[in-house]
Design a protein around this ligand. Structure first.
Ligand SMILES: Nc1ncnc2c1ncn2[C@@H]1O[C@H](COP(=O)(O)OP(=O)(O)O)[C@@H](O)[C@H]1O
Ligand SMILES: [Mg+2]
Length: 323
């Protein structure tokens, strides 16, 4: 039997989920996507990228992905295929992603210029989008941690925030609320920064907004399709679902939809979760998530974001699948 007879050809519309997971358990988000794909009769292909490679032996006008351990082989038909990558930053994964993109698959967020929390803050500032005042705090060498130069840095920070407290402190790579904390007064600013400088890593300090909840807005295609109100967790400053926040549906008004649209158009996003905070009827962007978790909207509510997403790709995506 010829080798190609073993290949599963993706003749149906297909959603490929690219990820990089250390644990074997499939993340809930992917389970929801898989179920939604079943419902919409779309192939769901889950690729945990450390287990796969691109078979370049038969690599002319097609993309063949092969699993190292199971020998499972998949032939991708780019015109049928949408690719969503999530929590992935490994070399082999990026190679697979690149070749799928070059082959003209429909790549979700292909043109995105969304970066980390600080880069996005600067972009928001440039475009007059309201967002809490934010200052990047650079990493320091060990010798610098107790240097008197730091007193100057502390003075600059106090000046930037007009001596106002509390401040929010966030690690740059943090997500799901991890890495977000509050500095309540000037008493702990210097000692907290020294602790972080000693441990290493970049952080940012941010103006605190007096809010009881934030709103996670889901952006899909060219529309804010869903709002979820997330109440701050009791005895916590965060309102992440992963931290136990209570959630409920929130009807986005036109103004809110317009803000989300502006942000996602600037960042060139097709699929995102935009966190909004409202203070005195003013809307602030707290952050933009581009690999937005869908778990929370499905756990305990029936809002069906995975269903919406899969239906969207079934209908051909924003540009009828391709530009
Ligand atoms: N500037 C702020 N003022 C008040 N609350 C904030 C502020 N920034 C973040 N929070 C709270 O902390 C949560 C997590 O912050 P966020 O920047 O979204 O980090 P993550 O990427 O971990 O979700 C937000 O959902 C919000 O409830
Ligand atoms: Mg967040």
């Amino acid at each position: 039997m010829k080798f190609e007879n073993y290949i599963v050809e993706q003749t149906q519309k297909t959603l490929i989920a690219l990820t990089q997971m250390r644990k074997p358990k499939i993340e809930k988000t992917f389970k929801y996507l898989e179920d939604a794909c079943k419902k919409h009769k779309i192939n769901f292909v889950f690729i945990n990228t450390p287990d796969w490679y691109v078979d370049d032996a038969i690599f002319k006008n097609k993309v063949i992905l092969k699993n190292y351990t199971t020998n499972e082989t998949i032939k991708i038909i780019p015109s049928n295929t949408t690719v969503l990558s999530k929590r992935m930053d490994n070399l082999e994964g990026n190679a697979i992603k690149k070749i799928l993109q070059e082959s003209n698959c429909h790549m979700i967020n292909k043109d995105s210029i969304s970066g980390n929390k600080y880069e996005n803050y600067l972009i928001f500032k440039k475009h007059n989008i309201l967002s809490p005042a934010t200052m990047l705090i650079n990493n320091k060498t060990e010798d610098d941690v107790i240097s008197s130069k730091n007193d100057k840095a502390i003075a600059m920070i106090l000046d930037y925030f007009d001596n106002k407290f509390p401040l929010m402190l966030k690690t740059i790579p943090g997500s799901r609320g991890v890495g977000v904390t509050m500095i309540e007064s000037g008493k702990t600013l210097k000692s907290t920064l020294q602790t972080i400088w000693q441990l290493g890593g970049n952080i940012l300090l941010q103006e605190y907004l007096p809010i009881e909840f934030d709103i996670r807005c889901t952006w899909l295609g060219d529309e804010a399709v869903l709002g979820i109100k997330r109440l701050k967790v009791k005895n916590d400053v965060r309102s992440n679902y992963s931290q136990g926040a209570k959630i409920s549906r929130y009807d986005l008004n036109d103004k809110e939809k317009q803000i989300v649209k502006k942000v996602c158009n600037i960042l060139k996003l097709e699929w995102a979760g935009v966190d909004l905070a409202i203070v005195d009827n003013k809307h602030y962007i707290l952050e933009v998530n581009t690999s937005s978790d869908m778990d929370f909207v499905l756990d305990g509510t029936d809002l069906g974001i995975a269903d919406m997403f899969v239906n969207y790709i079934k209908m051909g995506g924003k540009h009828g699948n391709r530009e």
